[in-house]
Design a protein around this ligand. Structure first.
Ligand SMILES: Cc1cc2nc3c(=O)[nH]c(=O)nc-3n(C[C@H](O)[C@H](O)[C@H](O)COP(=O)(O)OP(=O)(O)OC[C@H]3O[C@@H](n4cnc5c(N)ncnc54)[C@H](O)[C@@H]3O)c2cc1C
Length: 408
């Protein structure tokens, strides 16, 4: 039987960053187990936005940690990790969103995130395709941008491996082994691994995985999606990521065209028990229904982006994000199971939060105080719930619907 100090289950960006941070801090031997290929689930489908200001003030320091880690990783690997530092523009077109923007900006400033307040003329220069006539206020965050999520995940993996982490794709973890509520190992398709720590970084499957230890995490898989346009001279170019919370939409550049993301009023959710092990065998969108979702948003989007009327959409990407009812992640020890930690329910921000999450888990397994306050992220904050039941899943879908706005 093999023995490691720590076993990370799940080889997406969250597991990758945890492996990297654990080895950076010298946390002992680390084995990462992934049942498919590395970064083949949500972490290869994300739009990759890295936005440091958030309606969830708890997220800002963790995202900032990711932004600060990007140049460190690049230095360490001697190559790009696929980050595009185009900045982000957050637009408010109503009084409610203006107040929200002011409060987000004040919070982000406290963490040292640079924020500028462009004039209408400056806005038109930053994003020439934007109709500025209905905009009340806009903030520009020059250090934000977007990453290639697969490249960033693989960069964490490479750096973790160089520091001694063992990465094992195509290895399914079938069970968690405990003795008197204390982790002593895992059972994989290839046999037993003995360890004192297990970290659940199983993405959309995290509640299912933790249920094996009798503690299903309070989160549910929810559909996230976006569309990609053909390249166009009228809106192509390296413009800032543009966030439109009034209509729950965002745009970012994509090889001469745009990525357009829309938060649905009611996103599809799924019972994790019914998901196949291989995400390639499952699509959260059936048939062509997504064109209706896009068509329903046209009028709202065209207020800000009139060019949408003539945009040619050539691609549609969908996948599963994991949401909790309050839109906050689940991060920290799983109560009543010694040696079991959760890093899940990233609420559509796992790429942006990745380094913050990795840093917290690395500190926790080394019995050190995390650099961030993680009280908000406790896994028992909703009390006893059935994360697979429809009523709970609807609460998670509602959190997705209002992701870019404060929950009311
Ligand atoms: C369309 C879309 C757009 C998004 N856009 C953004 C964005 O702009 N910015 C952002 O920050 N986030 C975004 N996200 C969210 C982001 O992709 C996720 O939060 C992030 O990828 C989660 O990473 P993860 O490692 O937790 O999960 P995953 O990448 O899903 O990895 C989990 C892994 O665990 C493995 N696993 C599960 N069970 C087991 C087991 N029993 N044994 C072994 N392995 C197991 C799975 O095979 C999987 O590979 C988006 C998501 C989607 C779908």
């Amino acid at each position: 039987m093999e023995t490691f100090d720590h076993v990370i289950v799940g080889g997406g960006i969250v597991g990758a960053s945890i492996a990297y941070h654990m080895r950076c801090k010298g946390a002992g031997s680390v084995l990462l187990l992934e049942r498919n290929e590395l970064a083949s689930a949500a972490s290869s489908r994300a739009a990759g936005l890295i936005l440091q200001a958030s309606t969830k003030v708890s997220k800002t320091p963790l995202v900032k940690r990711t932004r600060d880690t990007i140049p460190i990783l690049e230095e360490e690997l001697g190559e790009s990790v696929g980050f595009h530092n185009v900045g982000s523009l957050r637009i408010a077109a109503s009084e409610e969103r203006t107040l929200e923007l002011d409060s987000m900006a004040a919070d982000a400033s406290k963490w040292g995130v640079p924020i500028e307040w462009p004039s209408t003329t400056e806005l038109s220069k930053l994003v020439p395709w934007l109709d500025v006539s209905t905009i009340r206020k806009a903030a520009f965050l020059p250090t934000d941008g977007y990453a290639d999520p697969y490249l960033l995940s693989m960069s964490y993996f490479k750096a973790a491996q160089a520091r001694g982490a063992v990465l094992r794709p195509r290895t399914n973890v079938r069970d968690i082994i405990m003795n008197n509520q204390k982790i002593i190992g895992v059972l994989t398709d290839a046999g037993h691994v003995s360890c004192g720590t297990v970290i659940d970084a199983c993405g959309a499957w995290a509640a299912l995985f933790s249920a094996q230890a009798g503690s299903p995490l309070p989160m549910a898989p929810v559909r996230s999606h976006y569309w990609i346009t053909e390249p166009s001279a009228s809106y192509g170019g390296e413009h800032p990521v543009t966030i439109l919370p009034d209509i729950g939409a965002y745009m970012r550049p994509e090889v001469g065209g745009l990525v357009l993301g829309v938060q649905e009023p009611r996103s599809a959710t799924f019972d994790a028990r019914e998901l196949p092990d291989d995400p390639a065998a499952f699509s959260p969108t059936q048939g062509e229904e997504h064109w209706d979702v896009l068509a329903n948003s046209y009028d709202a989007i065209s207020q800000f982006f009139p060019g949408i009327e003539s945009a040619q959409f050539s691609n549609y990407i969908c996948g599963l994000s994991s949401y909790t009812p309050d839109g906050e992640i689940i991060l920290g020890p799983v109560p009543s199971i010694s040696g079991f930690y959760a890093a899940a329910g990233a609420c559509g921000s796992g790429i942006a939060l990745s380094a913050g999450i990795g840093d917290v888990i690395a500190d926790l397994v080394m019995q050190q105080e995390p650099a961030f306050n993680i009280e908000t992220f406790r896994s028992d904050r909703f009390g006893m719930v059935d994360p697979f039941g429809e009523a709970f899943r609807e609460r998670c879908a509602a959190a997705r619907a209002s992701k870019s706005r404060k929950l009311t």
